[in-house]
Design a protein around this ligand. Structure first.
Ligand code: EPS
Length: 344
């Protein structure tokens, strides 16, 4: 089983991750992880913070002489921008974790909620996902992602103008991203138990990305309005290809298992909740009406969300792969994998 935990605050010293269950003998370098971290920092509509941060990983354990040794991989990404860490605020921000968080954790300063609920944490997720992607590449499984919509507009030529207009108006925008995973063999995940269903685990991983409000697999929501004849993918067989489908409305997953077709996932991202032109709110201490707290923020973060989606999906696919083929060393997993491919 591949699992991971993150720690760290947005403006604290660093973000930390421990990835446990990565098999031994996988070659792994800082550079491969840094490449993914750099992708996450891009995107039209990002705020000034991304010019300050230079996300680079420091590997502390689990790797020796460029290869994993089967022990937990611990790493950190230092934060450059730590200047807000001591700054208290009480003007609760609608759409953020502030209100529910201060009530739940009995806090007097909403900073104690902001710091961990910030999407800065996703840098740690992407670092963990980079390790999963490295593992999957040994099995010729690849992940891609792209933005497919910004605030309802599908033509990418319109996006910069829309984002500029929102920035000008002190507003923010959301959108939709898509993750495609190719090379996944049929049979990852399982129909036999709810928590082994690959679609459920992928959906949970995508929904756990801050600001993601809806997840679709394949046709997604559209299945509700179509007859079965327009939804289900017919099955074919040829000697070269084995079993295959000519359509992929299922998005590569049937019965909670991969079916050998590319897995296609979409995530809908809400607009960033910190607005330059602040929304109406209430002050935590005085209980009087106030404008929401405004700190430097992004206008649109759908592009980084796509990279994050790719990363968390990689972690789920890697976990399902290890569940099916077992093994704590790369060579054993490869042997089991090749045997399985030969059988199916
Ligand atoms: C975020 C607010 C902004 C974003 C941040 C997420 O940070 P700051 O308040 O320091 O300007 O830049 O995203 C990142 C730091 C990042 O690395 O993606 C929020 O409130 O979620």
């Amino acid at each position: 089983m591949l699992r991971y935990l993150t720690a760290g605050e947005s403006h604290g010293k660093a973000l930390l991750v421990i990835v446990e269950g990565c098999p031994a003998n996988l070659s792994l370098s800082d550079a491969e992880i840094n490449k993914e971290l750099e992708r996450r920092q891009q995107g039209y509509g990002r705020g000034p913070r991304m010019k300050l941060e230079q996300d680079k990983v420091e590997l502390f354990s689990g790797v020796r002489q460029g290869k994993t040794i089967g022990s937990p991989i611990a790493l950190q990404i230092p934060n450059c921008s730590t200047e807000f860490f001591e700054k208290a605020f009480t003007q609760l921000r609608p759409g953020h974790a502030d209100l529910a968080g201060i009530l739940k954790y009995n806090q007097k300063d909403a900073r104690n909620i902001l710091e961990r609920s910030s999407a800065r944490e996703t840098a740690a997720k992407v670092a963990a996902g980079a390790i999963a992607k490295r593992l999957l590449s040994e099995f010729k499984i690849s992940l891609f992602s792209k933005v497919v919509q910004i605030s309802g507009a599908e033509n990418e030529k319109d996006w910069p103008t829309l984002i500029d207009q929102a920035a000008e108006a002190g507003d923010t925008l959301g959108g939709v991203f898509e993750v495609t995973i190719t090379g996944v063999p049929a049979g990852l995940g399982s129909h036999v138990q709810w928590d082994r269903r690959l679609d459920a685990n992928l959906a949970r991983a995508l929904m756990a990305i801050p600001a993601v409000k809806s997840v679709e697999i394949g046709l997604g929501l559209a299945v509700a309005n179509l007859p079965g004849s327009k939804v289900h993918d017919e099955i074919f067989y040829s000697k070269d290809k084995g079993f295959y489908h000519k359509t992929n409305n299922a998005g590569g997953i049937e019965g909670g298992m991969s079916n050998g077709e590319p897995i296609v996932l979409r995530g809908a991202v809400k607009p960033i909740a910190t607005l330059k032109k602040p929304l109406q709110s209430v002050d935590l201490v005085s209980k009087k009406p106030t404008q929401a707290f405004v700190e430097r923020s992004d206008v649109c973060a759908v592009e980084p969300a796509a990279v994050i989606g790719e990363s968390v999906a990689a972690l789920e696919i890697a976990n399902a792969l290890l569940e099916k083929f077992g093994g704590d060393v790369l060579e054993d997993i490869q042997t089991a994998y090749q045997g399985y491919l030969a059988r199916i």
